[in-house]
Design a protein around this ligand. Structure first.
Ligand code: SF4
Ligand code: SF4
Length: 398
């Protein structure tokens, strides 16, 4: 099997032969839609993989680069006529590339940084609480306090300045609803997701478990994530490491699921907004992997004066922002051009804001507003909810 031994016994070794060459996957693939070369799309890459398996082609750097220009958005899996789980197939080949020491240098750097510093940016634990700077709520007592609800901030939200507002907004929502919660502070580490996407899957469970053991000690029962990719990678890593699905031990919720649960028990009070039309961008992992479709829409509809109009490509048919799967490290220009394609979907909507619930989508779409010089406000769902919460005296009047 040439250099693709990873495929042996995985159940995926026959995928290139099962493919019916229908092209459904090609038409939805963001990398193909941008570059318009068959070999950059999923069907083309399957054909190249077949050639490698049959010894007719080398597993070379060009092939690996094409693999890492896949955003692991799962759109190909969603539409595959023959029900191939293509995202897992791409991950397996990335594992082969890692074993062969062939992954793109920025990807290798980020993965090694996670193992050394606990985050992909080499910032270290002393930077974990940067997100709280300027927050007008004292959260020191929340750090490592026993509680049933925990808020997992995640590297992108904790360390990328634009996403600090996401975490601050979620804290405001937790406080407003009177939820007793805990955070891990400087002890929180990466969820391990980027290790899986980088092909270094074997080291991912250790990262998830470092967080999970702390949560167990604090008596945590449910965990809120501001990044759906973190929530996706935990069950994946822990289940295979210890044989216990982490989602059976904890309730794992994204921002929109948590806020929706608060609304259902009437724990949030809102003031009236002044007729703002928004469009909701479903993060690929939220919609296609975690099936979180109704919750964000219900959260938006609950705010008086805010209206959501869905884009043509939304829900399970959402289009990738280009920043998942480490594409943004492999080729930042291609990543940002994919984000621009998604922003064009936004630009035909009568919306003054685009709302999402993923820090990568948020940062990619906001960058695209600048590169395209297109004016639309990009917000995490926690931000629009927090800015719509009634002040204390407004609550008392109700
Ligand atoms: S996961 Fe997304 S980017 Fe990757 S091949 Fe499939 S459709 Fe293309
Ligand atoms: S959608 Fe599935 S069957 Fe059709 S070309 Fe893509 S991988 Fe092959």
């Amino acid at each position: 099997m040439a250099d693709l031994k990873k495929l042996e016994g995985s159940g995926h070794e026959t995928d290139p032969y099962i493919c019916a060459s229908c092209g459904n996957c090609t038409m939805v693939c963001p990398t193909f839609r941008l570059l318009r070369w068959e070999s950059y799309g999923p069907r083309g890459r399957l054909q190249i993989t077949k050639s490698i398996l049959e010894g007719n082609q080398e597993l070379d750097e060009e092939y690996v680069r094409k693999l890492f220009l896949c955003s692991l958005c799962e759109h190909c899996t969603q539409v595959c006529t023959t029900s191939l789980q293509l995202d897992r197939f791409w991950e397996l080949i990335r594992e082969a590339a890692w074993d062969l020491n062939m992954v793109p240098a920025p990807v290798e750097y980020a993965c090694k940084s996670i193992m050394k510093y606990g985050d992909p940016f080499s910032m270290g634990s002393s930077s974990r609480m940067h997100w709280a700077e300027g927050l007008d709520i004292d959260i020191q007592d929340r750090i490592e306090q026993p509680a049933k609800t925990a808020y997992f901030i995640g590297c992108n939200v904790a360390m990328k300045p634009r996403s600090h507002k996401t975490a601050q907004s979620l804290i405001k929502i937790l406080e407003h609803s009177g939820t007793d919660y805990t955070i891990l502070g400087e002890k929180e580490v990466c969820c391990g997701g980027p290790l899986i996407w980088g092909g270094n899957k074997k080291h991912a469970p250790a990262m998830a478990e470092r967080n999970i053991w702390l949560y167990r000690d604090l008596g945590v029962e449910r965990i809120i994530f501001s990044c759906p990719s973190c929530i996706q990678s935990w069950p994946k890593t822990y289940k295979e490491a210890a044989g216990v699905p982490v989602q059976k031990e904890f309730e794992l919720l994204t921002n929109s699921q948590f806020i929706d649960s608060l609304n259902k028990r009437k724990a949030l009070k809102f003031h009236e907004q002044s007729n703002i039309t928004v469009t909701y961008h479903d993060p690929c992992i939220s919609a296609r992997r975690l099936n979180i479709i109704s919750e964000p829409r219900e959260v938006i509809e609950k705010i008086p004066g805010i209206y959501n109009i869905d884009m043509l490509h939304s829900k399970e048919d959402t289009r990738c922002c280009g920043a998942h799967g480490l594409v943004n490290l492999t080729d930042p220009l291609i990543s940002s051009q994919i984000a621009e394609m998604r922003l064009r979907d936004v630009s035909v909507m009568p919306a003054s804001r685009v709302i999402t619930e993923c820090p990568r989508c948020l940062q990619a779409l906001e960058l695209a507003t600048q590169t395209m010089n297109y004016s639309v406000q990009v917000q995490d769902i926690s931000e629009i909810v927090a800015e719509s919460l009634a002040e204390k005296d407004e609550e008392d009047d109700r």
